[in-house]
Design a protein around this ligand. Sequence first.
Ligand code: UT7
Length: 323
Amino acid sequence: MTTRAVVIGVGHYLPERIVENAEFEQSLDTTDDWIRSRSGIERRHFAAEGQTTSDLAARAARDALQDAGIEADDLDAIIVATSTADLTFPSAATMVQAELGMTRGFAFDVQAVCAGFVFALANANALILSGQAKRVMVIGAETFSRIMDWSDRGTCVLFGDGAGALIVEAQTGNGTNADRGILSIDLNSDGRHRDILYVDGGVSTNSIGFLRMEGKEVFRHAVEKLAATATTALEKAGLNGSDVDWVVPHQANIRIIQGTARKLGLDMDHVVVTVQDHGNTSAASIPLALSVGKDRGQIKPGDLLVTEAIGGGLAWGAVVLRW
Ligand code: UT7
């Protein structure tokens, strides 16, 4: 008998305002065709003025609670993966906790940029396997529109806002890879690459700053490292690419998603793709894709999933789970 962190609910929230690629043609030397062909992005959502990351996160959390059929006080912990928390402190997670009316348990944020959800899910799994929590809400939520340099066409057309949430619960499995729940995890970071994707400001540098990216360099690392981490995670679970029903990748660029799938030996009909509608929502992109993939009828109970993400740090990783 083995304890497994099993998904019991999923949900998401996207801000109302949708911005099509064509809108950027008004203010930048860019075209819908360039954005579409180089990234696969067609549109993205932007938070309204005054709408914060914890607002988006709380809405996604409510959606996930409803899906699981439980109340906020049935949770032991909330982890929010974000690089765009409302305030320097307290954490976005404690704001969500208050917003949900949850009066017990604990809440904290995890910051691993676009890989944040994978790192947060690994934390939730560790809390469950060590007996410190039975039910954990894991949220990815971002308002990257707040850290865009709107004059930099190489970045501002690529990102969007949104939130996704997953609830995992301790259940008993047989200890085989036929179990439902999280089967294996692979986490990595390499701070030598910290200057190819970063925000040029922050609390201890006295400015908010804007996102800066050497796109080509990040792209090069992404395909190679994402395929490697997904393969390693699958191997840790005694599985390989042919066992995978769905890859649920970080949604940064359709060409990265296609290149990674190719390296894993998988057709695109085994990949959940939402980048066309959401853009890159950083830590929110995987839980958003899980929720949308479930709503579309793609992801079904018992399916074997591998999620993989890479972002600033660089930080990257993968989680293998049976839905
Ligand atoms: O979530 C974290 C991980 N982030 C990522 O995974 C992003 C990784 N990188 C990428 O997705 C791609 O590198 C980009 C989409 C950012 C860029 O695609 P690319 O094929 O690597 O293009 P490039 O950077 O080589 O740029 C090609 C040209 C450049 O012009 P020159 O120097 O060749 O004359 C850019 O200035 O495209 C130009 N360009 C644009 N043109 C029109 C850059 N941005 C734009 C734009 N519209 N928005």
